[in-house]
Write a protein that binds this ligand. Structure first.
Ligand code: ADP
Ligand code: ASP
Ligand code: MG
Length: 470
């Protein structure tokens, strides 16, 4: 079977971790599988690259930054590829060449003082390009055959810098030709996660955490047998383990549960990861590279529904509640249409919508980074309604969080919403707005950011998610 396996930042965060990742890839080859590896940047590198770009645009580029990047990667090469001097040398050359480009861009930024989304993508995508030659070198030094591949040659995307979308009909033939011929020759391709290129060949990124998405895009393009996401926890858990220490790993979840959880903040999967796999019904496994003997979570068609209804609970922070209100809105057609068309034109993503039945208020949630642009655009698009007094106020509140309870069996099971809100009442959490998707696979609601963890824990407790369900 062909397995596309992705290693996250902590799974390639040090020489020891990269050695483990190489061993895991080789173990699958020994088990008779064909393997394509997708790698993230070493942990922390993407954040450091973004900080360096912002500092440079602020006129402050420190050459020591490049040296630090080089030293961290060179230490890995020295440790893992020392017995293969020619491979070590070529990996270090690739790393130097990518750091040269990074340095030139930062130098340019410090002159022009303007960081465009396009430049930010080139700089923030450097981390994966530094890591892939190391992981390929480590696999080779351990007896396999591997080569680093730049996803810019494989994944063709839209030019939405910072959250590009794959164009599958262009990606598929490229990925099949390039990776297919490597696989046939017994070479393990080690592909850079997170990045692609638009139709003009300019580097784009798929959004933070996007290496998971890269793996499922390539898995779909290659008609892979399975997609494996190696991370630092034993799979998808009933809640964020940092928020709920008693959270448990779910052994099986459905595609829809996985995508709702990822969409509503379960960082373990990038929110778009599931779709390409789902379209082709490719099973996805989430596995722990620190504990590889654990079976992890399997994402499949029916996902073993839980009789409790709710299977997991998540939260999203750094979001803003945009509210458009005014007593005169009642009965005025088209305000909602204008509002959502304006938000769409801003390319802002609406995470949740709620309208009170009095029609005096439309509220929806966007990422806080997008809120100022949305407010400005709404003020201009709804200028006449504001002037005529139909709308009194357009506000953004960034002190909120979304909490979501997710599970396929919620559909058609009476009493779940009552139990969710009773638990919140008992915990003294105030609910600001509620929304239930028509899929009935989740109930999401808005609470004050400082009450979000209490809300998550209250629901986790009420549905006894710390106990095995089957
Ligand atoms: P990687 O670097 O492997 O991509 P991430 O940090 O992006 O890893 O995602 C894994 C982390 O996601 C876990 O360490 C955990 O802290 C967090 N997380 C949040 N919600 C969940 C959840 N429901 N299940 C598992 N992990 C979660
Ligand atoms: N390195 C990228 C990030 O930190 C992508 C990823 O790790 O998935 O966002
Ligand atoms: Mg991740």
């Amino acid at each position: 079977m062909l397995i596309v396996m992705k290693f996250g930042g902590t799974s390639v965060g040090s020489a020891e971790r990269i050695a483990q990742a190489a061993d895991l890839a080789l173990a699958s080859v020994r088990d008779g599988h064909q393997v394509v590896v997708v790698t993230s940047a070493m942990s922390g590198i993407t954040n450091q690259l973004i900080t360096a770009a912002r500092n440079a645009a602020g006129g402050n580029y420190q050459p020591a930054v490049r040296d630090n990047f080089y030293e961290r990667h060179k230490a890995v090469a020295d440790q893992l590829i020392k017995d293969r001097p020619e491979i070590r040398k070529s990996a270090l050359e690739m790393i130097q060449q990518r750091l040269d480009q990074f340095e030139k861009l930062c130098f340019g930024l410090s002159m022009v003082h303007e960081l465009t989304p396009r430049l930010l993508d080139v700089i923030s995508g450097t981390g994966e390009r530094l890591c892939a030659p190391l992981l390929a070198g480590a696999i080779t030094a351990r007896g396999g055959r591997a080569e680093a591949v730049e996803a810019t040659e494989l994944i063709v995307t839209t030019d939405q810098y910072g959250s590009a979308e794959p164009i599958m009909e262009k990606t598929r033939p490229l990925a099949q030709a390039k990776l297919g011929s490597m696989i046939e020759q017994g070479i393990i391709p080690v592909v850079t996660g997170f990045i692609g290129a638009n139709e003009d060949g300019v580097l784009t990124t798929l959004g933070r955490g996007g290496s998971d998405y890269s793996a499922s895009i390539l898995g779909a393009a290659l008609d892979a047998g399975e997609i494996w996401i190696w991370t630092d926890v034993d799979g998808v858990m009933t809640a964020n383990p940092n928020e709920v220490p008693e959270a448990r790993t779910m052994r099986e979840i459905s595609y829809s549960e996985a995508s709702e959880l990822a969409y509503y903040g379960a960082k373990v999967l990038h929110h778009k990861t599931i779709l390409p796999a789902f379209k082709q019904k490719i099973p996805v496994r989430i596995l722990n590279s620190f504990n590889p003997s654990d079976q992890g979570t399997r994402v499949s068609v029916d996902g073993r529904p839980s009789t409790r209804g709710v299977k997991a609970v998540t939260s999203i922070r750094n979001v803003s509640l945009i509210a458009i209100s005014g007593k005169g809105m009642q009965g005025i057609p088209g305000i909602a249409a204008k509002t959502f068309a304006t938000v769409a034109a801003q390319r802002a993503n609406i995470l949740m919508i709620s309208q009170a039945s009095s029609e005096n208020n439309i509220c929806f949630v966007v990422n806080s980074s997008e809120a100022p642009g949305v407010i400005k655009a709404l003020n201009s698009a709804l200028e006449l309604d504001l002037y005529q007094g139909h709308i009194e106020d357009i506000t953004a509140d960034d002190s909120i969080a979304i909490v979501a309870a997710v599970g396929d069996r919620m559909q058609g099971t009476p009493g779940i919403a009552g139990k969710v809100f009773a638990a919140l009442g008992t915990a003294g959490v105030n609910v600001i707005a509620i929304s239930q998707g028509s899929s009935e696979r989740n109930i999401s609601f808005i609470v004050s950011a400082h009450e979000a963890s209490d809300a998550v824990r209250a629901i986790h407790r009420a549905f006894e998610l710390d106990k095995p369900s089957q």
